[in-house]
Design a protein around this ligand. Structure first.
Ligand code: PGA
Length: 240
């Protein structure tokens, strides 16, 4: 079941990457309490082996949604090591990250490949969280908006069904958060470029800076890495 795609919703998304342990996931689930906020979606994106334990906790009443961090670009078949959108749908996974900068950078994921992944997800009614963002060199040479436009190129027809995550690469895992003006400029641009897609910000979001970032008019949520590993800090961000 896909998560809704709407600018009226606030998305609090946690990317556990490969940094969460099973014990850590269980601890998170034991202490997680969703803030009582209307129109807010809290989702954690976990590694495949953790999907089942998280889903089990959700079925027992933990108020959280779970998503996958990646998906195969192929339909089900003989692709050893891959996980298909059909398999994610069987588990009722509602959304999936696509094109995170770590995948673009370390696994050479191209726009063509990402398009196939988005199509596989949408065919199963799983909402893609499509990640884009400039690196430091591109930012320094004034190419940020150009790069963002390039990363959206070819996705116009599917974006209405996607959440877009703007994550400046230089702000991911570095502790260096983009300034409010930088975030505002990129989000304004992306809001105009996309047909109603919600735009979430990611890159060193933590309890201390979440409220000013979430307070910006064109920011429809946050994608949080490090600070999503523990229930307490993720809750503080969601509760701001
Ligand atoms: P960070 O990661 O919050 O640790 O910077 C964000 C992300 O990669 O989605």
């Amino acid at each position: 079941m896909s998560i809704p795609v709407s600018r009226d919703v606030q998305y609090i998304l946690g990317n556990w990457k490969m940094a969460q342990s099973l014990r850590g996931a269980r601890e998170f689930l034991r202490s997680w309490k969703a803030p009582e906020k209307e129109k807010q979606i809290c989702t954690v994106y976990c590694s495949y082996p953790h999907l089942w334990p998280v889903l089990e906790a959700i079925s027992q009443g933990v108020e959280l949604l779970v998503g996958a961090q990646d998906v195969s670009s192929h339909k089900p078949g003989a692709f050893t090591g891959e996980v298909s959108a059909v398999q994610l749908a069987e588990l009722n996974v509602g959304s999936c990250l696509v094109g995170h900068s770590e995948r673009r950078q370390y696994f050479s994921e191209s726009n063509e490949l990402l398009k196939l992944k988005v199509e596989q997800l949408l065919a199963q009614k799983i909402t893609p969280v499509f990640c884009i963002g400039e690196n430091l060199e591109q930012r320094k040479s004034g190419k940020t908006l150009e790069v963002l436009a390039q990363q959206l190129d070819g996705f116009q027809s599917v974006l209405k069904n996607c959440v877009v995550a703007y994550e400046p690469v230089w702000a991911i895992g570095t502790g260096e958060v983009a300034t409010l003006d930088q975030i505002q400029e990129a989000h304004q641009f992306l809001c105009e470029k996309t047909p109603g897609s919600p735009i979430v910000y990611g890159g060193s979001v933590k309890p201390e800076n979440a409220s000013e970032i979430l307070g910006l008019p064109e920011v429809h949520g946050v994608l949080v890495g490090g600070a999503s590993l523990k229930a307490e800090s993720f809750f503080q961000i969601a509760a701001t």
